[in-house]
Unconditional design. Sequence first.
Length: 365
Amino acid sequence: MLTRRDFGLGLGALGLAAGLPALAQGVRVMKVANTAAVNDPQQCFTTAGQHPRLDFYKSKGVDVEYVNMSSMTQALQSLRAGHVDFGPAVPGILLPAMAKDPSLDLVSVYKWLPRNANVIVVKPGSPIRSAADLAGKRIGVRSQGDTGIVITKIMLAELGLKDDRCEYIAIGDGAPAGAAIDNDRVDAMVAFDTAAARIELVGTKLRYVPLTPKFAQLGSGWLCVPRKLLKDDRKALVALFQGIAKSTLFSNANLDAAIDLHWATYPESRPKGRSEDEARKELAFILKDRRNSWMRRPDDPDQRMGASSVAEWKANIEMTAESSKNPKLASELGDPNRLFTNELIDDINAFDKQAVIRMAREFRL
């Protein structure tokens, strides 16, 4: 098992090996910027395949190492510096950063969340009934670097509304966030579905408010790599993302087994102070919506795992231009085809998906 490296070791320490491929016994170790900041079974859509019983990565010459990050901004900086090999791409943050700094030459190669996994939550008795009602309100976000801020801006911009009177308040996760909502420190929270589920687990009652129509149709998670890495290490990237695709299918088909595989691979993430059965029930609740967001909608015309389209990236640009109040964003970014690529997708999908699903349904650790 690879030991998880904490980002707190410092960029200086990581920088000693910057630009050099990480190798362990002939395996190319691909470092991922983990903006969740902790490695728990929420990442089983990637980590399940690291277990030797599945062996989706090492058998193809690669493996994954998590490097914890505190924000998307830190992740982008680490990708540019070469301290990590791949990381999350949130268009509302990535696109303005690339327009401002052309040296941030990243390309999104795999869409890991093809459905929209963002949510708006409020107290059950809140007067907020739609995204439009967020204008001028106190919005809870996990941190000041969290994507909830830009997501709120995007939805209000879609409705022709401004967020200049909104107050964004960092309320953290779980119990602290639940207390902030219960005690009316915030009027609403905008976050990922898993963050909202963790709040519900501590006893806070929530009501979900619909996303804006246009935004709701977009995917919510891509993985990006430096363009140079795409050119120089294509084989390793295909193996990496095929491992993620297989792990995603497995986890969707048998979530309990995927959670067990994560714990076996990362024993430090096992629950403390409660039984594994209790923890597994909590995780099943946290991932109740997310597990479906890992998979493409049945009506999606492109069913290839990880695939993107120029139409959705044009929509991402348009909505980000509105939310960032930069009407020149599209011209500053240039051809939207340079922001993403499907050149790896056919090779990533060149495996028997039904065989993986059967394996998952029959699996016992």
